[in-house]
Design a protein around this ligand. Sequence first.
Ligand SMILES: Nc1ncnc2c1ncn2[C@@H]1O[C@H](COP(=O)(O)OP(=O)(O)O)[C@@H](O)[C@H]1O
Ligand SMILES: [Mg+2]
Length: 311
Amino acid sequence: MSVPPVSGRLQWADVPQHLRAGLEDFLDAPVTKAVTPSGGFGHQLAAVLHLADGRRVFAKAAPDDDPLTAANAHEAAALGVLPPGTPAPDLLGLLRTAGWTAVVTAHLDGPHPDLSPQSGDAQHVLALLDELTAIPASAPYAAAVHATPSAVAALHGWDELLHDPPAGLSHTARAYLPQLAELEAAWPALAHGDRIAHGDLRADNMIRDRTRGVILVDWAHATTGPSCIDAASLAPQLILAGHQPADVDRLLRVHPATAANPDVTTAFLTALTGHWHHNARKPEPRGAPGLRVYQRRAAAAGLTLLRHRLS
Ligand SMILES: Nc1ncnc2c1ncn2[C@@H]1O[C@H](COP(=O)(O)OP(=O)(O)O)[C@@H](O)[C@H]1O
Ligand SMILES: [Mg+2]
């Protein structure tokens, strides 16, 4: 049984029978119900699987010729070597069967965190990130994530907009364009570092689990870098959730993960915002309804914060 789509995602009933049978075999129990979670823009299967023996697990799966399979394998490799105590789901396994690959993790039970100013979740997440980045990543983690080039280090977009400014570019973006392109160009050289970075932090990539507290999920972009990456990624999300840009800027200036090096934080935020501004203008990709709308909103939030930091 499966629950109707809430997104462009594949449903449990859509994936080949041999994959479903392989997963049931791997889990040693029949699946009685599959629930598609809200959140995310991926087109692959993502489902909470309810098993006949009462257990629940979370599974993602895609065909092997889909780029998401490499991302899922990267996530599994990272989850397998994160230090104990990291706010991440436990990896149950990576299953490869007849041209499909599934990553299976422990089920987390709860909503996405509430990042609005009325909730304590944002401060909780920032404290988690300070802790996560307080010490260098282990050698096994670094080796696992470095098998894939970092998408975080490659973030850009202002360069493309500077080269060919689109008609609809906002007055603010146009006014700051040369400065933003210059800051963004500095990012790849600053992106190196030895701290754990989740690399794709948004509310829908976190779950406030009833027993474990806030847990970061979707480690497909896991990498190493300067300590600011995840805390700075959270900043535009806080603005989208209703925080004032001045308050968010103040948070970035006091939290250890971002306070140590404001210039690196600004360069990263510039590259991330450039990525959103550039990509929001592209056609909507298959199976990702809402992605471009989200990128437009995130682009505006990022630029508001950057204006604040650059003025
Ligand atoms: N371990 C888990 N337990 C319960 N739900 C999860 C778990 N991991 C992820 N989810 C939910 O599934 C959604 C999609 O999973 P995610 O790993 O983010 O995949 P995608 O790459 O498709 O965004 C998340 O937004 C979250 O709501
Ligand atoms: Mg996700």
